[in-house]
Write a protein that binds this ligand. Structure first.
Ligand code: GUN
Length: 304
């Protein structure tokens, strides 16, 4: 049986590091870091994510400001709010929750955030710093995953790493961070020919494709470390029967609640082949928020 990489426990450790640093600041008479979260519209999933981020701020002593804009807001209204937060010296970090309602240009909004306050690490300036191997604000999910893998002592130098997914939020920055640690990195995606064979080469497999149970146990190299970034809600009993063949508990949750959360990897199958696996939920999800708190602290300290 594979080891379970407990993302929740590691996220709690990261949060306590942030909390201690915030206490040290306030104890020395400095202000706590401040994160401004911008939520445009009423997307239910985004509301849940924003609530989680505000809660993590409260737990770590970070000040949070919630700015809600109506679903019918114009790009100019979003721009004006970002400009105001950029100019506000009491704000260290700005996060615009994605996706934005239809009709709004996310890239235009993200590119308007001052790079020094870009706690998501999505601004081209911060992307460029990462590409150049220079310090800057880095995307929360991959940086927190790296933090956890290092804490677990997962070797990276010289290994074969496969990142499945090429998003700017996870896939591309994850690949760059693994490269920085001297892994031999392949970015695979929906157009990759013979994906199972590519995955089977991986000593470290990072799955970020957003498709429930896409990665089968037979795609995993025996002993590999598997990081599952996907968080998918499954409601279809036929799909569930296929992907949860080795996970009776998931099938039971689906029966009782009408839906169940799962990753991109068939966890039950992976547990039989891999050396270590992150679960869903309780794996990468909590790490992302911990990464955001780390970035908010970093942005604050960078502005002192
Ligand atoms: N929506 C889904 N993931 C993210 C993220 O990492 N940052 C922001 N701002 N919005 C998201």
């Amino acid at each position: 049986m594979a080891q379970i990489l407990d993302g929740k426990a590691h996220a709690d450790r990261m949060l306590s590091v942030v909390k201690q640093a915030v206490e040290a600041r306030t104890g020395a008479g400095q202000r706590p870091p401040c994160l401004a979260v911008v939520l445009v519209g009423e997307d239910p999933a985004s509301q849940v994510y924003v609530r989680g981020k505000v809660k993590a701020c409260a737990e770590t002593g970070v000040r949070s400001l919630e700015h809600r804009l109506a679903p019918a807001s114009t790009q100019e209204q979003v721009d004006a709010l970002i400009d105001r937060l950029n100019a506000d010296p009491s704000v260290d970090g700005i996060l615009v929750q994605l996706p934005l309602p239809r009709g709004l240009d996310s890239k235009r909004a993200l590119h308007r955030i001052a790079p020094a306050k870009d706690v998501d690490g999505f601004h081209p300036m911060n992307q460029g710093l990462l590409l150049g191997g220079l310090p800057g604000l880095r995307p929360c999910t991959p940086s927190a995953v790296m933090n956890m893998l290092k804490a677990y002592g997962v070797p990276m130098k010289g290994i074969r790493a496969v990142v499945l997914g090429r998003s700017e939020i996870v896939g591309k920055p994850m690949a760059l961070m693994l490269l920085e640690e001297h892994a031999t990195v392949t970015i695979a995606h929906s157009r990759t020919v013979d994906l199972p064979s590519v995955c089977r080469e991986a000593d470290l497999l990072v799955a970020a494709v957003g498709r429930p149970g896409f990665i089968e146990g037979s795609w995993i190299k025996p002993g590999a470390v598997v990081v599952d970034v996907g968080i998918n809600r499954v409601e279809d009993p036929a799909l569930a029967a296929r992907i949860f063949e080795h996970e009776p508990k998931k099938l039971e949750t689906l029966k009782n609640k009408g839906s169940v959360l799962c990753g991109d990897v068939r966890f039950g199958e992976a547990m039989e082949v891999a050396g270590a696996v992150t679960p869903v939920p309780g794996g990468v999800g909590p790490l992302t928020i911990a990464g955001l708190m780390m970035n908010t602290l970093q942005a604050c300290e960078g502005r002192d």
